[in-house]
Design a protein around this ligand. Structure first.
Ligand SMILES: Cc1cc2nc3c(=O)[nH]c(=O)nc-3n(C[C@H](O)[C@H](O)[C@H](O)COP(=O)(O)OP(=O)(O)OC[C@H]3O[C@@H](n4cnc5c(N)ncnc54)[C@H](O)[C@@H]3O)c2cc1C
Length: 324
């Protein structure tokens, strides 16, 4: 069903999309946010809800899930709809050159402008691989930790050799009975300080080993490692990283200039198509940093550009202190 025409449609309810949605709502635009996931927050919710972020302005330190909850609250105060479980599958031109049609997995919308805040695209965790075929209770295997209390008092194996694996092992070491970190190399692909904290912790570090096979064992799992050691655990967490997929985006009818994974934008974050902007991790320009604050800056900038253009330059940016 085609609804009314939106001024702005934001694709992606990660931090960049949520803050852009708040800003657009505060400036009285008819705006909506669409996200393919069933929860808002993008990477913060899907990949590291329990981690503490230290470099968001105004927060001394904030848990990722708390930041998302605050962003959702901030955005919702202007009644901006955040439509979840709704993936954008196409954007196309309409007969009116000033209006785009946005097709999702649920319906079709019309919008005068679009802000793409899709991060690295739809992401899925890299799957666990064992050297030999394994058959075991998959409910004992997780790819993210959404609630660390679930692991309280349990024996846990974490697999992986990057920052996420080390951070997860250290985080679980606070609550679990035991944590073993399994990595196929001796060296970790992680910040030196994280590796130092790991080595000083009570996490059992098992390197260089691969996981030969996994089987069920007394309500938990038995891991047979490549050095023939056996490890019995209640739960396993795999942190091999994520595969991002922007193939679907490349199939959109509007053809936007992209580098391998990102949209090329100008100094106002506009893509190669008029009135389609890209912000946050998905936007590429020289000097771009993959930080939350970058998206927080780019969103309001893009929204102001959209509004200035629509009002032929008569409507400049406003201070929030003057708007209420
Ligand atoms: C482990 C880890 C730790 C990090 N720590 C920090 C930190 O301490 N400080 C910091 O500044 N940054 C940190 N980052 C980076 C930070 O998370 C990203 O910069 C930030 O999430 C980018 O936000 P975004 O809104 O641009 O994209 P994302 O958070 O990736 O959100 C994009 C959203 O778009 C949705 N989407 C994608 N395609 C579609 C589609 N076709 N239709 C509908 N929805 C779609 C996705 O479902 C997703 O919800 C960390 C990242 C990781 C992985």
């Amino acid at each position: 069903m085609i609804e009314d025409i939106y001024d702005i449609t934001i694709i992606g309810a990660g931090p960049s999309g949520l803050f852009a949605g708040f800003y657009a709502g505060m400036r009285n635009n008819k705006v909506q946010i669409l996200d393919s996931l069933e929860v808002a927050g993008g990477q913060l919710t899907a990949l590291y809800p329990e981690k503490t972020i230290h470099d968001v302005p105004g927060y001394f330190a904030v848990k990722a899930e708390t930041l998302v909850a605050d962003l959702v609250k901030q955005t919702s105060q202007f009644g901006v709809p955040i439509r979840l479980s709704e993936k954008v599958v196409d954007i196309s031109q309409t007969a009116d050159p000033e209006v785009y049609q946005i097709k999702t997995t649920k319906t079709t919308y019309l919008s005068r402008s679009v802000v793409i805040a899709t991060g690295n695209g739809a992401f899925t965790p890299k799957a666990l691989k064992t050297d030999e075929p394994s058959d075991f209770d998959s409910s004992k295997l997780r790819y993210s930790v959404t609630d660390k209390t679930y692991f309280a008092g349990k024996d846990v194996a974490v697999a992986g050799g990057g920052d996420s694996a080390i951070d997860t092992a250290l985080m679980l070491a606070d609550v679990a009975r035991s944590v073993s970190l399994i990595h196929r190399r001796d060296a970790f692909r992680a910040h030196e300080s994280s590796v130092d904290r790991l080595m000083a912790s009570n996490v059992q570090v098992l390197t260089p080993v691969t996981i030969r096979q996994i089987s069920d064992h007394q309500g938990g799992l038995r891991l047979t490692l490549s050095d023939a050691r056996q490890l019995e655990v209640d739960q396993m967490v795999v942190q091999y990283g994520f595969l991002s997929n922007n193939q679907d985006i490349r199939a959109w009818s509007v053809k936007l200039e992209m580098t391998r994974h990102h949209f090329v934008v100008d100094s106002h974050y506009q893509t190669s198509s008029e009135n389609i902007y890209a912000i946050g991790d998905t936007a590429k320009y020289e000097g771009k940093l993959g930080l939350i604050v970058e998206g927080f800056k780019e969103g309001p900038h893009a929204i102001n550009q959209i509004m200035e253009k629509r009002h032929q330059g008569r409507l400049k940016h406003a201070h929030s202190t003057s708007l209420f």
